[in-house]
Design a binder for this molecule. Structure first.
Ligand code: TMP
Length: 215
C-alpha cells in the first residue's frame, strides 16, 4: 500500500481535534498504519519551536521562518519516512496554516511564503504537486464563520498568542484558507464546521470515502 498524507485545517475553534482522532481510529480499524501528528510540532525540535511560536512575540518573518524550520524537521524525521513505509500520515495543520495565519492573518508576503514552501517541501518523492513539492493528498478544511469560532473558544481555556487575537484577525485567516483552496481546489475538501459534531463527522466520512480512503 502506498503512503497517504491527510491534513486538517481551519481557524482556532473550528473543532478539528475530535475528528482527527476519530479518523485515525477509523483508518486503523480498516487495517491502515497511522501516524498521527501535528504542526507546528511532531518532533522534539519542532515542539520546542512550537512553544516559542505560540508564546513569544516576534515579527511575521521570524514566525514564518520558525514554522517552516519546524516543518522541515517534521518532514525529514517523521512525515517522509512514514509515507515511505506506506503509512497514513494524519496531520493537524500543515503549510496551509502558514499561508492563512502568517500570510493572510499577519499580512506577510505570500510570495516569500511560496519560496519558503519550495525550499522546505521540495525534492519530495510523493505526494508531489505540480511544482514537485510535498503536499497532502487531501486537506480537510473545517470552515466556519470567525464569529462562531470565537463563541466556541470563549472561556474554553487560557488562550495562546493566536487564540487571543481579535475577530478581525480570524476573518483574515479564513480568507487565507479560502485563497489556498482556490489555488489548488482538487486537494481540498471543504467541511461545513458550523453544524453538530455528528454532522461534521458525517461530512468528514463522506469526504474520505469519496476519495476511496475509507470503505
Ligand atoms: P493548534 O495546535 O491549537 O491548532 O495551535 C496551533 C496554532 O499555531 C494555531 O493558532 C495556528 C498557528 N499556526 C501558525 O500560525 N502557523 C502555522 O504554520 C501553523 C502550522 C500553525
Amino acid at each position: 500500500m502506498s503512503g497517504l498524507f491527510i491534513s486538517f485545517e481551519g481557524i482556532d475553534g473550528a473543532g478539528k481535534s475530535t475528528h482527527i482522532a476519530a479518523l485515525a481510529q477509523a483508518l486503523e480499524a480498516q487495517g491502515r498504519a497511522v501516524t498521527l501528528t501535528r504542526e507546528p510540532g511532531g518532533t522534539p525540535l519542532a515542539e520546542a519551536l512550537r512553544t516559542m511560536v505560540l508564546n513569544d512575540a516576534m515579527d511575521a518573518l521570524t514566525e514564518s521562518l520558525l514554522v517552516f524550520a519546524a516543518r522541515r524537521d517534521h518532514i525529514v524525521r517523521v512525515i517522509a519516512p512514514a509515507l515511505a513505509q506506506g503509512k497514513v500520515v494524519v496531520c493537524d495543520r500543515f503549510t496551509d496554516a502558514t499561508f492563512a495565519y502568517q500570510g493572510a492573518g499577519r499580512e506577510f508576503d505570500w510570495a516569500v511564503l511560496q519560496q519558503l514552501e519550495g525550499w522546505v517541501q521540495g525534492g519530495a518523492p510523493s505526494p508531489a504537486d505540480s511544482r514537485g513539492l510535498l503536499q497532502p493528498d487531501l486537506t480537510l478544511w473545517f470552515d466556519l464563520p470567525a464569529s462562531v469560532a470565537a463563541q466556541r473558544l470563549a472561556g474554553a481555556r487560557v488562550p495562546d498568542k493566536f487564540e487571543a487575537q481579535p475577530g478581525a484577525f480570524f476573518e483574515k485567516v479564513s480568507a487565507g484558507y479560502a485563497r489556498r483552496h482556490d489555488e489548488d481546489p482538487a486537494r481540498f475538501a471543504r467541511i461545513d464546521a458550523n453544524q453538530s459534531p455528528d454532522g461534521v463527522w458525517q461530512s468528514v466520512l463522506t469526504a474520505v470515502r469519496n476519495r476511496g480512503i475509507l470503505r
